[in-house]
Design a protein around this ligand. Structure first.
Ligand code: DP6
Length: 405
């Protein structure tokens, strides 16, 4: 009896034009288009193995080794059902194909970073799930077609089907057939773009994106302004900034859109706060760093953006990573000897990373107070990366019995 199994990985993406609000909560159709940067899977990824077997008694899923319930009509259920439907279409056309669509599946998924840390684990998770099932079922589907299904798992997941720079076009059809992801530019277009993630908290967030955004839709007048008068222009301007590799335009739009997303969260009844005092201090540092650089005629250095949590993602060109790091270290000291891996940017190991702390000339030191060790708990230094990858059998997450290894 052959083993029908496939393993795929998918990346995290961090939006620069934010998705916030659904016009259809079941199909996950957004109230505005959005645009993101896919981050390198060498640092952040979800890996998923799917196996179909006639001996399996039900569909089962394990997340980081722990069984996860596949609730009837829930998001996981919908994604698995939709993938089986596409497989069935193939089988109906070609009777020689094994009837995998009639078998139950076992799925094991693993994130190499904390789940629900505000690091978009649901995005990479659903993209990896859909990618592994597409490989298992040998579907001829394009990434945009697969994005229609990943979208129904978690909206932002549709953008993780591509590498590089990705737009989720909101579409207009009530059935969602045109609400899909398209690639704006591949990762090779702007490989110089790096991301520095400052982990402020790895705890599970208070208000989930799903419930928070629907409260915003129901109560925020500012969201209506954003949807109708801000995002359409910004989507076009952001695509152009990326095509032109215009970092100044990219940075201004990214920060403005992060700010507006947090403004509509605050405009929600009752208000939602995702950023904390540490997040706001990081904003103050980036704003002042940019001011000094712009005044010196050297343009923008860095762009911050925050999702539904306090962690900062700072987009920066490779040439400037070091000075952004130096500045952040000056305000957020680290335990001696830690984070050697991400601090490769300084070249060579030192016993205490804090020796690299530095504040640029002309920088107003009073824009933020210096924090205690532990305020920023860690860094992830990564860059724009590729889309889902197919792995070979040796990297399977399931053992011979079809259970997590
Ligand atoms: C703030 O995709 O997690 O990260 O569709 O309900 O699963 P659901 O929400 P989700 O929301 C992400 C919101 C965001 C902005 C973004 O990624 O565009």
């Amino acid at each position: 009896m052959p083993v029908y199994q496939a393993t795929a990985t998918a990346p995290v993406n961090i939006a620069v034009i934010k998705y916030w609000g659904k016009r259809d909560t079941k199909l996950i159709l957004p109230t505005n288009s959005s645009l993101s940067v896919t981050l390198d899977q060498d640092h952040l990824r979800s890996t998923t193995t799917s196996r179909a077997d006639p001996s399996f008694t039900s569909d089962k899923l394990w997340l980081n080794g722990t069984p996860d319930e596949i609730k009837p009509e829930g998001r996981l259920y919908t994604c698995i059902k939709e993938m089986k439907r596409l497989r069935k279409e193939l089988e109906d056309k070609d009777s020689s194909l094994p009837k995998l669509s009639s078998y139950n599946v076992h799925i094991a998924s693993y994130n190499n970073f904390p789940t629900a840390a505000g690091l978009a684990s649901s995005a990479s998770g659903f993209a990896a799930l859909v990618s592994s099932l597409a490989l298992l079922y040998q579907l001829p589907a394009t990434p945009s077609e697969l994005s229609l299904i990943a979208r129904q798992g978690s909206g932002s997941a549709c953008r993780s089907l591509f590498g590089g720079f990705v737009a989720w076009e909101m579409g207009s059809s009530p059935n969602g057939s045109d609400s899909l992801a398209v690639q704006v530019a591949p990762e090779s277009h702007w490989p110089d773009l790096h991301a520095l993630i400052c982990v402020v908290s790895s705890a599970k967030k208070g208000t989930s994106s799903t419930s928070g955004m629907q409260r915003t839709v129901a109560t925020s007048p500012l969201l209506q302004h954003r949807i109708n008068h801000v995002v359409p222009e910004r989507m076009a301007a952001m695509s152009k900034a990326i095509q032109d590799k215009d970092f100044d335009a990219f940075a201004l739009l990214t920060m403005a859109d992060s700010n507006q997303f947090h403004a509509v969260a605050l405009d929600t009844e009752p208000p939602i706060f995702y950023m904390n005092d540490v997040s706001r201090s990081i904003i103050a540092l980036i704003v002042e760093l940019n001011r000094v650089s712009v005044e010196a005629g050297q343009g923008y250095v860095a762009a911050y953006t925050y999702d539904a949590g306090p962690n900062a993602v700072i987009y920066v060109r490779e040439k400037d990573v070091k000075r952004v790091f130096q500045l952040v270290l000056a305000y957020f000291p680290q335990p001696a000897g830690e984070f050697k891996d991400v601090l490769k940017v300084f070249g060579g190991d030192v016993p205490d990373v804090n020796v690299h702390a530095a504040i640029p000339e002309g920088f107003n030191k009073d824009v933020a107070a210096k924090w205690e060790v532990g305020a920023v708990k860690g860094f992830i230094h990564t860059k724009v990366g590729d889309g889902p990858r197919h792995l070979d059998a040796s990297e399977s997450l399931l053992n011979d019995e079809g259970l997590p290894k």
